[in-house]
Design a protein around this ligand. Structure first.
Ligand code: SF4
Length: 231
């Protein structure tokens, strides 16, 4: 763990907020819509994913019975806007609607009120939803005050020194989560903003192949990766 200790995370988030501005709160906050949003596109940028989801919502709807009534072809019209293999994703959207309707009685919200391990387990029954996806849903729906991280935010936190990179993505994710335990801001607004800021930072400056450290990163003074390169 980084020598700067427990205050480091809040310093980082404050610096990111000063640099990028306060993020706009997410528009999608319902559990089923969040699952559909994850699955409607693949390897698509934010705009493409939002367009595919908007098409699904407008042309079919996002309630389980609306999706179950639609044909595979109609659903594909939306998933095609979200990148390659639209047929597979259209089948997944139907599978999501079936699970929500037949297993969870059209009330996923009730699942999220259950104890955390059970709520997570229910969410992970849906296609493509692993621990990070389940935690994002729990955080965005304000069900549990967890800090979900996606790949951009996770990469930035590893470089900053919160944990070493492990052999697998899930082991790295767990290591960072353990390092952050007890150091997170309180309140959903702050957690969601931290998630969004770390994501933006990983996308725009702390990029995967070549981080733009010298091109104005606001975190050079806090960053283990930057300091180890400077030695
Ligand atoms: S200094 Fe470089 S590695 Fe560190 S957070 Fe900034 S961009 Fe990422």
């Amino acid at each position: 763990m980084h020598a700067a200790g427990s205050k480091l995370f809040s310093v980082i988030v404050k610096r990111l907020e000063k640099f990028y501005g306060r993020p706009t709160p997410p528009k999608i906050t319902g559990p089923l819509e969040l699952i559909l949003f994850e699955n409607v596109a693949y390897l698509a940028d934010d705009d493409k994913r939002a367009a595919a989801f908007a098409a699904l919502k407008q042309n079919i709807g996002t309630r389980p019975e609306e999706i179950l009534k639609a044909s595979q072809k109609q659903i594909e019209e939306a998933t095609r806007m979200g990148g390659i293999v639209p047929e597979l994703r259209a089948r997944r959207l139907r599978q999501i609607a079936e699970l929500a309707h037949y297993i969870f009685d059209d009330d996923l919200g009730a699942e999220l009120k259950k104890p955390l391990p059970q709520a997570k387990k229910s969410l992970k029954r849906f296609p493509t939803i692993g621990d990070p996806g389940a935690e994002k849903i729990l955080m965005f729906t304000r069900s549990y005050p967890v800090l979900a991280l996606e790949s951009n935010g996770l990469r930035a936190l590893v470089r900053l020194g919160f944990a070493e990179e492990k052999k697998s993505y899930s082991a790295t994710y767990r290591a960072v989560q353990q390092a952050l335990a007890g150091k997170l801001p309180s309140g959903y607004d702050a957690l969601i903003a931290a998630h969004q800021l770390l994501r933006q930072h990983g996308q725009e400056i702390c990029k995967r192949t070549r981080p733009l450290c010298e091109a104005g990163c606001p975190l050079t003074a806090q960053c283990r990766y930057f300091q180890s390169r400077a030695k």
